[in-house]
Design a protein around this ligand. Sequence first.
Ligand SMILES: CC(C)(COP(=O)(O)OP(=O)(O)OC[C@H]1O[C@@H](n2cnc3c(N)ncnc32)[C@H](O)[C@@H]1OP(=O)(O)O)[C@@H](O)C(=O)NCCC(=O)NCCS
Length: 218
Amino acid sequence: MHNKLANDHLSSAPYFARKAVPVRELHAGHRNEILSHLLQLNNEDRRLRFGTQTPDEVIALYVERLDFNKDTIFGIFNAELNLVGMAHLAYLPEAKGRPRAAEFGVSVLPEARAQGLGTALLKRSAVHSRNTRIETLYVHCLVSNKAMLHLAQKADMLVEYAYGDADAYLKLSPASPATIVEEAANEQWADLDYAMKSNLKQSKQAWWWFLGRPKLVI
Ligand SMILES: CC(C)(COP(=O)(O)OP(=O)(O)OC[C@H]1O[C@@H](n2cnc3c(N)ncnc32)[C@H](O)[C@@H]1OP(=O)(O)O)[C@@H](O)C(=O)NCCC(=O)NCCS
């Protein structure tokens, strides 16, 4: 396989000012953060993410029905521990004679875009897919979704177009010791990053309690 995401030695540069982006695996305890993240998307972003107009109630139902035992959800938190990016890796039902496949859906809040978060979520999902014996990673999006198609093309995904929709496929190589280590390292780094941000947030709050909260918080 000669695609960028399937290569063991894929470099994470130049994304996010050359820092590795801490991508965490989320669990059922994160439902509120996921809901709040998705509700912050405007109508157009929701259309791009879900392929159709998606009112708040439908998003709430989608979040309620997320099955963390079956699928994998990844997230990226900012310094305030707000979920600024998330990806849903949905495992498609297995069919005899067909490669095992998973569908990737992603969203990044507007203020956090163009810093490599979408790419980091795609890369992490590709590595996790390899480590869980997925052979094809699949993205369904609208042809008008230039940012997603750009991400897909950068990852050397094969893109097929039909009636205003685009399907992008990434053939994955089997897992290797390098992909296992890469995922474990990213998970540890994401846990450490989260713990540091959490400590920083708590100490900031303690100082504000002591000194009074400044009017302008930078
Ligand atoms: C698609 C999305 C996840 C990208 O997130 P992101 O964090 O900005 O992604 P990255 O920063 O890793 O990369 C974005 C790339 O797209 C490019 N891009 C952004 N808008 C673009 C456009 N209109 N046309 C072409 N390229 C575009 C950026 O320049 C960047 O390219 P570069 O890395 O070569 O500089 C984000 O735009 C989003 O949440 N959109 C709404 C939901 C959605 O469309 N989801 C995908 C369908 S499942």
